[in-house]
Write a protein that binds this ligand. Structure first.
Ligand code: NPW
Ligand code: ADP
Ligand code: K
Length: 544
């Protein structure tokens, strides 16, 4: 399992390790600085071949302390190193100050006030500079930093070496480690070297664009020390990883009903394509049976296009309720191409809440706990009265909003997420999704290249389609319908909502990557066989 930490969690782990006596802060700082230098040479081996010139920018905290270590190690390697400190040397925290002093035995430090009013940055333009080391701010960033940023931008722009590389220590300065949002400006890096575990901000929002590439450096903090009470395991966000093949395989002694029957509800004639995409996805991912539910007038359209997928007729809410008396129909998908009017009629039935709700109606006494995925129109239909929807939802539901749909159901959370951050840590997509899941009482999958999945308990994960899993071809009409179908199929097969959402999201990205450029939504389910085969042959996954 890949854990992603907040700045506070990271500080807690560091403090616990130091207090346990197993390591000192100075040792951690030394390992961090050494890790940065090793990563630089591993990434850019040409820098090993001759001595080069580096500019090291140090800030007023321990990120700056790491910077002094890097400066010393590069100097020992024979480089010419120019060091700039933004802050007062006498106010550095103890470990950073110790490394400042060690550096001062080797070289100069140009000290600058962090206040923008006193900028004198012309001397940052160092001719022949090959590497800029950003040790200004890491996990301690609390507010925007105009002054050093302007200096950095000038140094970079004035550099006569056009291939000057930028390495960020821990996080690119200006990037909030918890949210991946930028406090005004940030120093965009070619590579970011982080310690012990990646931070949420490396994967959320602007993080991947600003970090360049992430290198994880082990600084010898004991594995598992983060499960101390200071960081309860439930609060740690996970990166969604390759599912175990066993979770998706079909047993030889099972039959189709062992894998559930998924129903995809479709909309008025001419809009059924989205439902068919979702149905195809549910079938490919292994639901035993899949049916599209439609009204009489829509049968011909579906019949002309569907073969293995069955068609069930239900003219209106009462007919759907009658259909759902068959308990073998264990997972429903509503939203793709459904139309908001039909969604308003059918969602309450699908949720076992009987007639369409009037405002503030109480949750039905014992709704059947059938799995239900609500997407697209099934979410938009409740934009005027989200509380009515929340009153009907239950723990077997998954909502899959994109940013627009999220804003319709959770306008206050979306507003906080959209507001320009002025101080760190900034409100994050993980914060918003967790709050939304608690409010709705079910699993929420908030889509995007940084898809966040959360359940009401607070468990949360990120399915990152960034770095080596980038899947920009997913930005195509209908790909969200396919995702809803994948999740519905996995729910039909018996997965928990959280596991179905995570597995569906992971496979969705994997199918896109398997197809590559030119992808359209229809291609996604057709890649499932190849992706499943690859999973079968992949090395066994480590236990969570
Ligand atoms: N945790 C670990 O295990 C390890 C951590 N390590 C390293 O330590 C880093 C964290 O160090 P850190 O906590 O000292 O925070 P850091 O980012 O240096 O900044 C804090 C200082 O900046 C100031 N400040 C903030 N924003 C500002 C602004 N916009 N403009 C001006 N000032 C601003 C802030 O001032 P304040 O807000 O308190 O007034 C404070 O003085 C971490 O990223 C990693 O590199 C490694 O050594 C290995 C082990
Ligand atoms: N640039 C991107 N990188 C990775 N995934 C993306 C990107 N853009 C969109 N996606 C994914 O594609 C899907 C689009 O869903 P949605 O917006 O509902 O589309 P539609 O309504 O057309 O089906 C989501 O799963 C989203 O996470
Ligand atoms: K930094």
């Amino acid at each position: 399992m890949t854990k992603l930490l907040t700045a506070e969690q990271m500080r807690g782990i560091e403090t616990a390790a130091i207090e346990s006596g197993s390591v000192t802060g100075l040792e951690l700082m030394e390992r961090a600085g050494r890790g940065v230098v090793e990563a630089v040479f591993a990434e850019w081996p040409d820098l090993l071949q001759a001595s080069h010139i580096a500019v090291v920018l140090c800030g007023p905290g321990n990120n700056g302390g790491d910077g002094f270590v890097v400066a010393r190690l590069l100097k020992e390697w024979g480089w010419e190193v120019r060091v700039f400190l933004y802050g007062d040397p006498d106010s550095l925290p103890p470990d950073a100050r110790a490394n400042y002093k060690r550096w001062r035995e080797l070289g100069e430090v140009t000290v600058r006030d962090i206040d923008p009013a006193s900028l004198q940055d012309d001397d940052l333009a160092v001719p022949g500079c090959s590497l800029i080391v950003d040790g200004l701010f890491g996990t301690g960033l609390t507010r925007p930093f105009r002054g050093p940023f302007t200096a950095f931008a000038q140094a970079r722009d004035l550099s006569d070496k056009k291939d000057v590389r930028v390495v960020a220590i821990d996080t690119p300065s200006g990037l909030c480690a918890d949210s991946g949002r930028i406090l005004d400006t940030a120093i965009r890096a070619d590579m970011s070297v982080t310690f012990h575990a990646a931070k949420l901000g490396h994967y959320l929002d602007r993080g991947p664009s600003e970090c360049g590439k992430i290198v994880l450096c082990d600084i010898g903090l004991k594995p598992g020390s983060e499960s101390r009470p200071a960081v309860p395991p439930d609060e740690i966000v996970r990166l969604v990883e390759r599912p175990a093949h066993a979770a998706l395989a079909k047993r030889a002694d099972h039959h189709k009903y062992s894998h559930g029957h998924a129903l995809i509800l479709s909309g008025v004639p001419g809009t059924g394509g989205a439902a068919r995409l979702a149905a195809r996805a549910a079938l490919r991912i292994g639901a035993g049976l899949v049916s599209v539910v439609c009204e009489d007038a829509e049968v011909a359209e579906h019949a002309a296009q569907l073969t293995a997928i069955m068609i069930k007729r239900a003219n209106g809410a009462a007919a759907l309720a009658a259909l759902l008396e068959d308990e073998r129909l264990n997972a429903l998908c509503l939203g793709p191409g459904l139309g908001v009017d039909r969604a308003r009629d059918l969602v309450p039935v699908a949720l076992g809440a009987g007639d369409p709700p009037s405002r503030g109606r109480a949750r039905s006494a014992s709704p059947p706990r059938r799995s239900v995925v609500l997407d697209a129109d099934a979410l938009t239909a409740f934009a005027e009265a989200p509380a009515d929807l929340f009153a009907m939802l239950h723990e077997r539901c998954v909502l899959t909003p994109h940013a627009g749909e999220f804003g319709r159901l959770f306008p206050d959370l979306a507003e906080r997420l959209d507001a320009t951050p002025t101080k760190g840590p900034a409100y994050s997509k993980v914060d918003a999704t967790r709050e939304a899941a608690a409010r709705a009482g079910c699993t929420i999958l908030f889509k995007g290249p940084d898809t966040v999945i959360a359940e009401p308990s607070g468990q949360a994960s990120i399915n990152a389609a960034r770095y080596d899993r980038a899947a920009p071809w997913l930005a195509t009409a209908g790909s969200g319908d396919v995702l809803a179908g994948f999740i519905t199929g996995l729910l039909a097969r018996g997965m928990s909502p959280m596991e179905a959402a995570e597995t569906g999201a992971w496979l969705h990205v994997e199918c896109a990557r398997a197809f590559g450029p030119g992808l359209i939504a229809e291609d996604l389910p057709e890649r499932i066989p190849e992706v499943l085969r690859d999973l079968e042959h992949a090395a066994p996954r480590r236990a969570r």
